[in-house]
Design a protein around this ligand. Structure first.
Ligand SMILES: Cc1cc2nc3c(=O)[nH]c(=O)nc-3n(C[C@H](O)[C@H](O)[C@H](O)COP(=O)(O)O)c2cc1C
Length: 207
């Protein structure tokens, strides 16, 4: 599948099964590829990934469930979050996206003055690029993918469970698994006409 087609096909798929059409080694290879090849400002390489399969994936979502139940109280937790979290637990695995803020500080120190206040923004952009690359790449392999943000409430427990460095900050949780049979993802609403969001000047594209 071409990159352009994979981009068009990518959606948020939240109804997942604990099955993968590809071996774990292929998922690890895609994550390695993201780490090695996705760009970062001044090549600072601030993004970190943790891949959780099987019991580690289940552990993440049980940490999330108990943290949110304590935080929200049983009534609010059971009025929506409980079902959503149970749904993510049904996936095959989760990739955690982190930034190493110690490395960002080093990059900031080495950056020209005019860019020093941009380093946080660029760290987030690079992290988002890692997320997008893996979102498209996993879907292209037949997996359903969605991105969640239960950080920072779960950070403490997650860092303890997997002995994560103090300097890593959790940014996103990417859940993946085989899409449930028969799920239909509706047409995506476009809030403005393309012409309102894409302007072309010069060349053959100018209207
Ligand atoms: C930066 C960002 C944050 C998002 N956060 C969440 C989230 O916390 N939970 C969730 O279910 N979806 C999340 N999404 C998915 C969006 O809701 C989704 O991409 C959007 O509605 C468009 O639908 P599509 O992904 O099917 O094209 C996020 C997407 C982006 C780009």
């Amino acid at each position: 599948m071409s990159f352009a087609i994979a981009t068009q096909k990518r959606r948020s798929i939240r109804a997942l099964q604990p099955i993968s059409p590809i071996p774990d080694s292929s998922i690890i290879e895609l994550a390695s590829s993201a780490i090695l090849h996705v760009p970062s400002a001044f090549n600072s390489q601030t993004t970190r990934l943790t891949i959780l399969f099987s019991e580690a994936h289940l552990k993440l979502w049980s940490i999330t469930a108990s943290t949110f139940e304590t935080h929200l109280g049983a009534e609010r937790y059971n009025s929506g979050p409980a079902d959503r979290i149970a749904g993510y637990m049904k996936g095959y695995g989760t990739i955690l996206f982190w930034d190493d803020v110690e490395v960002v500080e080093q990059a900031r120190n080495g950056a020209p003055d005019v860019y020093k206040d941009k380093m946080d923004e660029w760290m987030h952009q690079s992290n988002g690029m890692h997320q997008y690359y893996l979102w498209v790449a996993l879907e292209e392999q037949g997996l359903g993918v969605n991105v969640q943000h239960y950080n920072p409430l779960i950070d403490g427990e997650v860092k303890k469970e997997w002995a994560v460095s103090d300097s890593w900050r959790l940014r996103a949780q990417m859940v993946f698994g085989l899409p449930e049979k028969g799920i239909v993802v509706g047409e995506k609403e476009q809030k403005l006409a393309i012409e309102e969001r894409l302007k072309v000047f010069g060349g053959e594209g100018e209207s």
